[in-house]
Design a protein around this ligand. Structure first.
Ligand code: CA
Length: 532
């Protein structure tokens, strides 16, 4: 059996006082930090005393920050060893440090970033870890065996949904090796500026989702006929010879269809041809290097960067060591930590690619008269995250400690192994959709506030940042990383648990809660181009 040695992580200090369940606890992440996070469920009252001698001068809610030292007006406030803000007023030791008394720092300039100044040495390889997956003709590996029906335009969505219901009820039961039939419906395809700058993003997203490893490399397509996004533009014959022998496109306006019944029958006939092919496939043992794991967070709180994201970062390191592809995304959630990532880039080109994606998104937000501060949601703030800088430092923790091996644009298919940044907005459904296009075959999602998020195409493992959420949502959360905050588990232990769960779920041996309940969010395309 393969094994790996545990590695040293940045020193995390858990300070406790008293005894029993009510003992006041805080977590300080970095020796230089001037604030720490309150662990106790429900927060702590004024007068609460910690082992360190610190006494709260006022009540501090759970997951919010307490000043560890006297902070003078104008002085930086440090968390993760980085500046998350400046004090707008004098903040005495023991008081609540919240958004209202902090000023947000400017984002790092993209002009003078450190390039490859702290490239980590390759981590020791991890041999012998495998999973059971479906081998596709293009060499990719599925963790599910699904028939996906691609659509060129929203006009056909309801018809395809109707056909899929009948396929699942009447045909799928005869093909037991196929897990599911899903309609890839969306709002794109017509009424859009199909050639405008930015339109390549939704188009390549749809194309690459149709080629996701979990769809067996066997796309079929339903088109209306008159729409702007024509089938050959969505899946060009040059990139997909299989479509040239026709039968894998149904065009509803074709003259052979007399009425709705004919159209549905044509879709069902085409679907059954694919189901016959997909049903011949069985799982085969594959190395863990065939995994393409997408990571993201949603509904983050101040614990996300203490527990769930560092544990996922440890799992990411294990995946990289096993030769897998592991990607993180969400541009606005790394923008304020970009200087840490350009320094970690494996080579100058990777750093330049990262800066290019950051600059593109800065410009995109500016055009919409928004900036990165629009990211932080009310629930983030209630969960103790004062601003996007603090959120970004915590979010980046899931990238682990390895070198950044590659950067890809929104909707591009990732073709490299190692740690990858796949640029996406932070919106959960848009990020998930773009990671599906990037060829993700497993997804890990960390959350502090909680979300029932799931995807039809790829299993979603959900990791809670707090034990109170994991217990309250015991039938939605797959991994409780909150045990790290209370000292019951280490980052390494939870990271290893996530890594092993990825292998089990990818193999079909275990099921996520989202799949158990069939919680599958809609695809949500990122279209930065105009509608017409
Ligand atoms: Ca997100």
């Amino acid at each position: 059996m393969a094994s790996y040695s545990s590695r040293e992580r940045a020193g995390k200090t858990v300070v406790a006082a008293g005894t029993g369940n009510l003992k006041p606890l805080y977590v300080k992440l970095h020796p230089d930090d001037t604030v720490a996070i309150i662990v106790n469920e429900g927060g702590l009252p004024a007068g609460a005393r910690f082992d360190s001698g610190l006494v709260l001068t006022e009540a501090v809610p759970e997951a919010h920050k307490v000043a560890l030292v006297d902070i003078a007006a104008g002085e930086p406030i440090l968390r993760y060893g980085s500046i998350i803000g400046y004090a707008e007023q004098a903040i005495p030791r023991g008081s609540w440090v919240h958004e209202g008394i902090m000023r947000m720092p400017d984002p790092p300039s993209l002009d003078n970033l450190p390039i490859c100044t702290a490239v980590p040495a390759p981590l020791p390889p991890l041999e012998g870890f495998t999973f059971e997956g479906y081998l596709n003709d293009d060499g990719s590996i599925g963790t599910k065996n699904i028939l996906g029906i691609t659509t060129t335009v929203q006009c056909v969505a309801a018809t395809v949904d109707f056909a899929v219901k009948r396929i699942k009820a009447e045909i799928l039961p005869r093909y037991p090796n196929v897990d599911d039939v899903i309609a890839l419906t969306h709002t794109y395809g017509c009424g859009v500026a199909i050639s405008a700058p930015g339109s390549e993003i939704p188009i390549r997203t749809l194309r690459n989702i149709s080629l996701n490893p979990n769809l067996g490399g066997a796309p079929m397509m339903v088109s209306l006929g008159c729409e702007k996004l024509q089938p050959v533009q969505l899946l060009p014959i040059t990139t997909l010879p299989i479509l040239s022998d026709a039968p894998y496109v149904v065009r509803m306006q074709d003259e052979q269809h007399h009425g709705f019944g004919d159209m549905v029958a044509a879709i069902m006939t085409m679907a059954e041809r694919r189901l016959v092919q997909l049903n011949t496939r069985t799982r085969v043992t594959r190395p863990a290097s065939d995994l393409v794991v997408g990571m993201q967070c949603g509904g983050s709180d101040a614990f996300s960067g203490v527990t769930a994201n560092p544990a996922l970062g440890y799992a990411a390191d294990l995946l990289v060591r096993a030769g897998a592809t592991v990607m993180f995304s969400e541009v606005t959630e790394v923008r304020d930590a970009v200087h840490l990532l350009t320094a970690r880039a494996a080579n100058e080109q990777v750093a330049r690619d990262l800066i290019r994606e950051m600059a593109w998104f800065d410009d995109y937000l500016t055009r919409g008269s928004a900036d990165r501060s629009a990211n932080t949601a009310p629930g983030n703030k209630k969960g103790g995250l004062a601003n996007i800088v603090e959120k970004a430092l915590g979010s980046t923790a899931k990238s682990g400690t390895s070198a950044l091996a590659g950067v890809f644009g929104p909707g591009e298919r990732v073709t490299k192994r190692g740690l990858i940044f796949a640029a996406t907005p932070a919106s959960d459904f848009v990020c998930g959709t773009l990671q599906l296009a990037a060829a993700m075959n497993m997804h890990v999602f960390t959350t502090g506030r909680g979300t029932p998020y799931g995807l039809a195409m790829v299993p979603v493992i959900k990791v809670a940042s707090r034990t109170s959420l994991a217990q309250r949502w015991a039938d939605l959360i797959d991994v409780d990383a909150g045990r790290i905050a209370t000292g019951e588990a280490t980052i390494e232990e939870v990271g290893e648990q996530i890594f092993r769960l990825i292998l089990d779920v990818a193999s079909g041996r275990k099921q996520t809660w989202a799949d158990h309940w069939g919680l599958h969010n809609d695809l949500a395309l990122f279209n930065p181009a105009p509608l017409t």
